[in-house]
Structure formats: structure tokens, C-alpha cells
Design a protein around this ligand. Structure first.
Ligand code: SAH
Length: 469
């Protein structure tokens, strides 16, 4: 290892930037943002840089680097001029004075280099490759960014405040390590990541109370993630959904969750199919609610994967009601609902200033299996209707919309298996669609969109592999 990572307390650093160009500006910005005091010496300094330095309380001196005297009082020197000999001299002088010095583009001429950083203060991750390739460091940083939730810093701050208390409660190092692993990988951390800071603190305090009764009590607390799996294309999963799937012990999923999404669940995770088909529930809803509770009570991290978004015709609300009653920690991860996915992948915007000012998601099937909707509310100009679960009642729905005054030539698009490799888009109108879907043998899941926005499909769907009728 040529460069050993050390983390400097920014309040004890005072930096002198020698040079006033673009790199100086970039460095000044990031150093000042981190709390480092910066001054500049350069023969020419851009207005931008002057402004940045002055507004942070620093000084700008116009002139060439003349002698090591100008370095007195600084702990970090940056050689950033476009004159190589000057930069070399700066480095020699700074090293002779025992200072930290960085030379732009020549990592080995100075004694410190800058890394690519991920800032989740107070948590910081720095990457370097000895100056071989800053771009490579930056690419690695981009990859890591996805796996480090934004709220990691909040988590660090929260647990930092309890470090001493936990030390007092658990004097044994091994016990303490178990405790912190449980906290940092369990519901406390997840509560922070999902923005519930107060909830997290409450859980942490509860954990501490349980410590008195023995660590095994603490080990037995499970949690549930109610995750929206999106409409099919696994790329549409959110980063949070993906992360939680990686740490789940068991996944409960149903028919709408695509094979592509299931392929992202690690092999080691137990899979439980709780699929429902219309009027033929393989596990009744109350059974699913209970299963979630049972697994969580065994101390498991349970991922409940649901197609689309859990709160849009997904009965997610019913599932978490039971969890709340049983005081089981849970979080809901939103997903891309079928209407959004199908709209994007078929080139039919749900709203458009010229065609639709509102959009309405409607279920085509009521609890008792009937289709009895507030038809007159649906027949409104400038509105897009999206019918979920309406395939069986499609003829009836189209007929009723016409009967309640909608133009029988109103464009309609039926989207089958939206966002998947097998997506099909059938475009017709209210009058024609019912016959078309019979001859085309449309499969589930399918939804249909009613409204003038469907006219945009021809223009915008060039990128899809859809087939039109
Ligand atoms: N929670 C889900 C909807 C569940 S209701 C969501 O937010 O998307 C199930 C209905 O959603 C299906 O009957 C169908 O109408 C629609 N649907 C789900 N996935 C779909 C897909 N990939 N393509 C078309 N329709 C879909």
C-alpha cells in the first residue's frame, strides 16, 4: 500500500491552494464544504474562485509562488498551477517543512492524494488507487453509492449517542458486538433508512431495556418489509427494494411478481408462494396476514413482495394493519404501479396538457366480483381512466361507459403483461375493443387505458416492441 487512508479532522486543517484554475476551484469547493479553511495564491484567479474563497472567509493573493515563507501557518498545500516546475518546487518546499502536499496530476510528487468520497456524514467512505485512475475510483464510488443508503449518516449519529450507555449495559465485548449487529442490521437501522428517526430511537431504547432480560430476547425480534415489486421488468425495482431482498430470510410472493424480480432474490432465501388467482385464492388474505406475523415472531426478516405498488389495489393496507396490531416492526417500500409502467412502456402518457388533465385508477372488479362503478363520474372530458383487474368485465365496462355518454370512438389501449418481454399493446376504441380481446385471447395481467392520450401511442411508442391491432 503506497497511500494509507487517514481521516483528518477538518477543523484542524488549513489549506493553501497555489494556482487559480478549474482544478483549484473544484478542490476549494469540496474542501470548504467539508469545513477546511482555504486561502489562494495565484498569478490569475477566476471570479468564481475568488467568490468561493472570499465568502468562506479566506484570502486571495495575486502573485506567483515565491518562497516557502508563504506556507507558514498552513497544514495542507495544494500545488495546482499549470507550471510543472513551480508545482515541483512547491512540493519540495512543503515536504521539507513537514507539511501535507498534493500535486495535481502527479500523485507521487506530493505526499497526500485526494480520493473519491461518499459523504454520509458523520460516515465517510474514501476510495483511492494511488492516483492511477481517478475515473476508476469515481466509477467504483458510483457503484457503492447505490448500496449505502442516504440515511447511513443519521444512523451513525443515532447509535453514536448510545455508545456509552450500551457499553455500561453490556460490559462484555462479545455481547456488545451481538447487540450492535442486531441494531445495525435490524429494525432500528431500517426505521432510520425509511425516514422514521423517532421510531428508530424508540426501538433502540426498547432493545436496551430488553438487554436486562438477556440477549436472546433481543435476538428474537423479526420485521416485515412490504415491498412493491413493480409491474414486471426487474429493472424497475427500487434500490431500497433490492437492498431489502438481499437481507431477507424469507420472501412471500404472489402471481404478479415476475420471474425476473424473483431471480434477484438470493438463493439462500426461503420462498413462499402465496399467490392468488381471481376467485381462487390459494392462501386466503387472512392466512397471509397471519403468515407474516408468524415468520416475524420467529425472528425472521420477512419480505412480502407484491406486484406494482403495495398500496394500489394491493391490499397492502390490510397486511400491515395486522402487523401494527401485533407490534411487529414493518416498512412499506413503494413500487412502480402497473399504470405507470404500462404507460411508459407503451408510449401513452397518463396525462398531457392537450388531452388529459387528470387520471383515475379504477378497479374493474369489486369485492363481491361484480362491476358496479360510479359510471357518471368516469365519463368526464379530459380524464384518463386506467382499469386494473378489468379483463373479465371489459365488455360490460366499455358498454356502460358508452351508455353513460362516452364517445364510442374513445380510444382504448389494452396492455398485456406490461413492461415484460411479452408486453402486447392492443389499440382500439370503446366499441371495438371487446371483440378484439376475444379474438386475440388476452392473458392476465392486463389493464386498459381509456382516453384521448391513447392517440399518442402511434407517435411515442417507436421504442416498444408492442403489436397494434
Ligand atoms: N398493486 C398492483 C395492482 C394489483 S391489482 C399495482 O400497483 O400495479 C392486479 C391488476 O394490476 C391486474 O389485474 C392488472 O390489471 C394490473 N397489472 C399488474 N401488473 C400488470 C402488468 N405487468 N401489465 C398489465 N397489467 C398489470
Amino acid at each position: 500500500m503506497t497511500f494509507f487512508p487517514l481521516f483528518h479532522n477538518t477543523s484542524s486543517l488549513k489549506a493553501l491552494l497555489i494556482g487559480g484554475g478549474i482544478v483549484a476551484k473544484r478542490r476549494a469547493k469540496s474542501l470548504i464544504a467539508a469545513g477546511v479553511a482555504c486561502d489562494v495564491i495565484a498569478t490569475a484567479v477566476s471570479d468564481d474562485l475568488t467568490q468561493i474563497i472570499k465568502s468562506s472567509g479566506g484570502s486571495v493573493t495575486i502573485g506567483a509562488y515565491a518562497s516557502d515563507e508563504s506556507m507558514l501557518g498552513y497544514s495542507l498545500i495544494l500545488a495546482l498551477t499549470n507550471d510543472r516546475t513551480t508545482n515541483q518546487q512547491v512540493a519540495i518546499d512543503a515536504k521539507a517543512m513537514g507539511l501535507l502536499v498534493n500535486v495535481a496530476d502527479y500523485p507521487n510528487e506530493g505526499n497526500v492524494i485526494f480520493g473519491a468520497t461518499i459523504d454520509r456524514s458523520p460516515m465517510t467512505i474514501a476510495i483511492n488507487n494511488g492516483g492511477a485512475s481517478p475515473v476508476l475510483s469515481s466509477l467504483l464510488r458510483q457503484q457503492l453509492e447505490q448500496f449505502v443508503p442516504q440515511a447511513y449518516g443519521h444512523l451513525a449519529s443515532l447509535v453514536g449517542g448510545y455508545r456509552q450507555q450500551v457499553k455500561d449495559a453490556l460490559p462484555n465485548t462479545a455481547d456488545r458486538s451481538i447487540f450492535w449487529h442486531k441494531v445495525l442490521q435490524g429494525p432500528v437501522a431500517e426505521a432510520v433508512f425509511s425516514g422514521k428517526q423517532d421510531e428508530a430511537e424508540k426501538l433502540l431504547k426498547n432493545h436496551l431495556k430488553k438487554v436486562d432480560k438477556g440477549l436472546d430476547k433481543l435476538m428474537s425480534s423479526g420485521e416485515v418489509f412490504l415491498i412493491g415489486a413493480g409491474p414486471g421488468d426487474p429493472d424497475l425495482l427500487t434500490i431500497r427494494a433490492f437492498r431489502l431482498l438481499q437481507k431477507a430470510d424469507v420472501v412471500l410472493y404472489d402471481a404478479l411478481v415476475s420471474d425476473g424480480v424473483m431471480a434477484l432474490v438470493p438463493e439462500s432465501v426461503e420462498r413462499v408462494y402465496v399467490g392468488k388467482r381471481r376467485a381462487n385464492h390459494s392462501v386466503p388474505q387472512t392466512g397471509i396476514n397471519q403468515l407474516l406475523v408468524d415468520y416475524a415472531k420467529q425472528g425472521k426478516r420477512v419480505a412480502r413482495l407484491k406486484g406494482g405498488d403495495p398500496f394500489i389495489f394491493g391490499r397492502g393496507g390490510e397486511e400491515i394493519e395486522t402487523l401494527a396490531e401485533q407490534h411487529i416492526p414493518f416498512q412499506v417500500v413503494p413500487g412502480i404501479t402497473a399504470a405507470s409502467g404500462c404507460s411508459a412502456y407503451s408510449g401513452i402518457p397518463l396525462t398531457h396538457r392537450d388531452y388529459a388533465q387528470s387520471v383515475r385508477f379504477v378497479t374493474g372488479q369489486l369485492r363481491d366480483g361484480s362491476v358496479n362503478l360510479a359510471w357518471s363520474e368516469l365519463v368526464v372530458e379530459g380524464q384518463t381512466l386506467v382499469f386494473y383487474m378489468g379483463l373479465n368485465g371489459l365488455r360490460h365496462i366499455c358498454g356502460q361507459l358508452i351508455a353513460h355518454g362516452m364517445d364510442k370512438k374513445m380510444p382504448v389501449a389494452l396492455i398485456e403483461k406490461g413492461t415484460t418481454q411479452d408486453q402486447r399493446v392492443l389499440v382500439s376504441d370503446l366499441l371495438g375493443l371487446p371483440d378484439i380481446i376475444e379474438s386475440e385471447q388476452v392473458m392476465s395481467p392486463s389493464l386498459f387505458l381509456v382516453g384521448r392520450v391513447v392517440e399518442l401511442h402511434d407517435k411515442l411508442a417507436w421504442f416498444t416492441s408492442s403489436r397494434d391491432v
